[in-house]
Design a protein around this ligand. Structure first.
Ligand SMILES: Nc1ncnc2c1ncn2[C@@H]1O[C@H](COP(=O)(O)OP(=O)(O)OP(=O)(O)O)[C@@H](O)[C@H]1O
Length: 247
């Protein structure tokens, strides 16, 4: 089967700083890839590049075989819109709209894009809120929620447009330790449902449990790629773990 995500020789510089140095990897349908690595190694930049929140300086990204960028040249805006619409993203700091209720947060994008009738959109938001365990919070505003609840709303919101790829940028890093479990459980459930996901995380045990494959980034490169068994057995990673645990 062909890859869901193909990244080839991806480069990104901020001025003279080379943040991504010719990165190449594939993600297959249904695969869960965890991206780990020290702070500043380029993990967020790589993820943001996939959804066109960053413009790369070279290389290629294909999603479902369709080029978002090919050898540094971007597709037209209609194609970019179509390609990025198949991906949902969840951020470290939730990025909920504070002036909208939980339901409003979920329904804004599908209503704006007219993805279904108002009744269908409401039914979908109810269904997704109950999936993440927040059926009773539909009319509450984000400021009334805990961090773990906010992040679960953000995940439900990302699912509203039926993405076939979900990207997570350190989804639990802003949470108190006792709240990470409820978010990781939702991600784990999505993995069991065969959602294709890339998860940038510092949660080593979670990465080990849930990921089919781990990319270990260091200094703008993929230093290691393999199954959790391969990666966590690697002496090179053991050295880096000490460093990661200080974050
Ligand atoms: N908009 C920007 N302008 C300039 N430099 C940037 C910008 N965004 C990121 N960088 C730099 O790019 C490098 C990689 O950042 P990135 O956020 O991708 O790393 P990361 O591996 O996700 O780190 P962390 O785990 O701390 O989030 C860092 O040196 C960062 O300072």
């Amino acid at each position: 089967m062909s890859s869901m995500i193909e990244v080839r020789q991806l480069q990104k510089s901020f001025g003279s700083l080379d943040v991504l140095k010719k990165i190449t990897f594939d993600v297959n349908p249904g695969e869960v890839v965890a991206v780990i690595g020290p702070s500043g190694s380029g993990k967020s930049t790589m993820l943001r590049s996939l959804v066109h929140l960053e413009e790369v300086t070279g290389g290629s990204i294909r999603i479902h075989g369709k080029p978002l960028v090919e050898n540094g040249k971007y597709a037209g805006s209609a194609d970019i819109k179509e390609i990025t619409a198949s991906m949902g993203m969840v951020f470290q700091h939730f990025n909920l709209f504070p002036h909208l209720s939980v339901r409003g947060n979920l329904e804004l994008a599908p209503r704006t894009l007219k993805k279904g009738s108002p009744q269908e959109i409401s039914a979908k938001s109810r269904e997704l809120l109950s999936k993440v365990g927040l059926a009773d919070k539909a009319d509450v505003y984000p400021s009334m929620l805990s961090g773990g609840q906010k992040q679960r709303v953000a995940i439900a919101r990302a699912l509203m447009l039926n993405p076939d790829i979900l990207l997570f940028d350190e989804p639990t890093s802003a949470l108190d330790p006792e709240l990470t479990g409820e978010v990781l459980r939702v991600i784990r459930q999505l993995a069991e449902e065969n959602m294709t996901m890339i998860i940038v995380t510092h949660e080593m045990n979670f990465a080990r449990d849930v990921a089919d494959r781990i990319l270990f980034m260091a200094d703008g490169e993929i230093a290691e790629s393999g199954t959790p068994e391969q990666i966590f057995g690697s002496p090179r990673l053991e050295r880096t773990r000490m460093f990661l645990n200080q974050d």
